[in-house]
Design a protein around this ligand. Structure first.
Ligand code: 5RP
Length: 264
C-alpha cells in the first residue's frame, strides 16, 4: 500500500485495528436534521472521542475549528434531497483540489446497488477512486439503501459491500443485520464499519448490535443519530468507545452509560 494511503488510514483506524467515526453529514440530503440543527454545538463535546468525523465541506468550513486534530472524512457525493424524486440519483459534489485543500484524511461516497442509479453511483465511485488514489487519499464507500430500509439483509449488504471493494473502496460502510452479518464481512476484502440508521428505542439495543457486529468482523462504527439524538450523547459516545476500543460487553457499556448519564 502506498505510504500516503497507509498514513491516512492509520490516523483513522487506531493501533488496535478499530475505529469510531462520527457522522454528521445527514444535512446534505435531509436539511437540518433533528439534533443536528447547529452542528458545532452538537459535536463540541463529542469530538474528543471520535476517531474520524464524516462531514461535508460546507459544515466543515462553517462549524469545525480548523485547529481540530480529528481526521476528516469528507462526504463528497450528493445532489439529491428527501423531497426529490430519487435519493439514489447522486453525483460527485467535490473536486479533488478541494479534497486536498481541506486536508481530508479520507472521502466518503454513496453507492446505491440495485437502484435505477446503480451504474451511475458505481461509476461515481470508480472515478473518485481514480482521482483520490493519485494523491494517496482513501475512499470510503457508503452502501446506501435510500428509503428502503428493508434492504438491510445479509444477501443485499454482502453484494453491495463486495462490489464497492472490488471497485476500489479502501473502507466500506454498511448496515448491521442480525442474521448472517459474518457473510457480509467475510465476503468483503476491505474493512467494514457499521452505520446506525434511525434511532433505536433503547441504548442497550445499540450496544448489542455494535458488539455483535464487531464479533462478526466489523472494525468499527460510523454511528450518528443513535449518538447525537440520544438525550445523553456524550455518555453514549463514551460507552460505544468502550465497546470498540476496550472490548466492553453490551452490559458493561450499559453500566458505563448509566453511570456517566446519572452524573450529568
Ligand atoms: C447519511 C450517512 C451517515 O453517515 C450514516 O447513515 C450514519 O449515520 P446514522 O448512524 O445516523 O445512520 O451516510 O447520509
Amino acid at each position: 500500500m502506498d505510504w500516503g494511503i497507509e498514513n491516512r488510514l492509520s490516523r483513522l483506524i487506531k493501533k488496535d485495528g478499530r475505529c469510531q467515526f462520527l457522522p454528521i453529514d445527514h444535512g446534505y440530503f435531509q436539511g437540518p436534521t433533528s439534533c443536528l440543527e447547529k452542528p458545532s454545538e452538537t459535536i463540541r463535546e463529542l469530538l474528543p472521542y471520535a476517531d474520524g468525523l464524516f462531514v461535508t465541506r460546507g459544515v466543515l468550513r462553517s462549524s469545525i475549528p480548523p485547529n481540530s486534530q480529528v481526521p476528516i472524512i469528507l462526504r463528497v457525493s450528493g445532489g439529491t434531497s428527501i423531497i426529490g424524486t430519487d435519493l439514489a440519483n447522486e453525483t460527485i459534489t467535490t473536486s479533488i483540489e478541494e479534497i486536498i485543500r481541506l486536508n481530508a484524511a479520507a472521502v466518503g461516497i454513496s453507492v446505491f446497488v440495485g437502484s435505477d442509479y446503480e451504474k451511475q453511483t458505481l461509476t461515481n465511485l470508480t472515478q473518485l477512486v481514480d482521482q483520490c488514489e493519485d494523491f494517496g487519499i482513501p475512499v470510503m464507500a457508503v452502501t446506501a439503501v435510500g428509503k428502503e430500509l428493508e434492504k438491510r439483509e445479509a444477501r443485499y449488504l454482502a453484494l453491495s459491500c463486495r462490489i464497492a471493494a472490488e471497485l476500489g473502496a479502501r473502507i466500506v460502510k454498511t448496515y448491521y443485520c442480525p442474521e448472517d452479518f459474518e457473510k457480509v464481512t467475510g465476503g468483503c476484502p476491505v474493512p467494514i464499519v457499521i452505520a446506525g440508521g434511525p434511532k433505536c428505542e433503547t441504548e442497550f439495543e445499540v450496544f448489542e448490535f455494535v458488539y455483535d457486529g464487531l464479533q462478526k468482523g466489523a472494525i468499527g462504527i460510523n454511528l450518528g443519530r443513535n449518538v447525537w439524538q440520544n438525550p445523553h450523547p456524550v455518555p453514549m459516545m463514551r460507552a460505544l468507545n468502550a465497546i470498540i476500543h476496550r472490548n466492553s460487553t453490551p452490559r458493561e457499556a450499559q453500566e458505563l452509560f448509566e453511570e456517566l448519564s446519572s452524573k450529568q
